[in-house]
Design a protein around this ligand. Structure first.
Ligand SMILES: [Zn+2]
Length: 131
C-alpha cells in the first residue's frame, strides 16, 4: 500500500478475541501509520454476533474468565477461553453487575462453586470450558 498514512484497524471481541468492527484510520498529518495496518487497536464495547448467538445473550449475561497471572492491564485482559453464562432473570443475574451483558472474573471455579452452593440458581448458570 502506498498510502502509509492510512491503516485498516480492528477491535477485538471481548469474549472470543476475534477481529471485528473494521475501521479505516487516516493520520491527519499524514504520518506513517502502516505499522497499525490490520492490527487490533482495542476491545469492542459489545461482543461479536457469533458470541451473542453462541451464548444466547438475549437471555444470558456472560462472565468471561481472565487469567490473573497473565493479565497486566485490565483493558487488555488475557482470556482463558472459559465462559460462565448466567440467566439475566435469576436472582444471581440481577445482583451481579454486567456492562453490555458482560463482566470479567479471575476465578471460574470459585464462581461456579458459589452457584452450585446457592443450589436453586444452579439451573440458571452454565459453565462453558475452553473449546
Ligand atoms: Zn466473539
Amino acid at each position: 500500500m502506498t498510502n502509509k498514512f492510512i491503516a485498516l484497524t480492528y477491535e477485538a471481541c471481548r469474549i472470543c478475541g476475534k477481529k471485528m468492527n473494521e475501521s479505516i484510520c487516516i493520520h491527519r498529518r499524514f504520518f506513517d501509520i502502516s505499522e497499525y495496518d490490520s492490527q487490533i487497536t482495542g476491545l469492542s464495547q459489545t461482543p461479536c454476533n457469533e458470541c451473542k448467538e453462541k451464548y444466547k445473550m438475549n437471555e444470558y449475561n456472560v462472565l468471561v474468565v481472565v487469567d490473573k497471572e497473565k493479565t497486566t492491564d485490565l483493558n487488555n485482559p488475557y482470556l482463558t477461553g472459559e465462559v460462565i453464562m448466567i440467566k439475566k432473570e435469576c436472582e444471581l443475574g440481577k445482583t451481579m453487575k454486567f456492562k453490555n451483558g458482560l463482566a470479567y472474573t479471575f476465578n471460574a471455579g470459585e464462581v461456579y462453586n458459589f452457584c452450585n452452593k446457592v443450589g436453586k440458581e444452579y439451573e440458571n448458570v452454565e459453565y462453558k470450558p475452553k473449546q
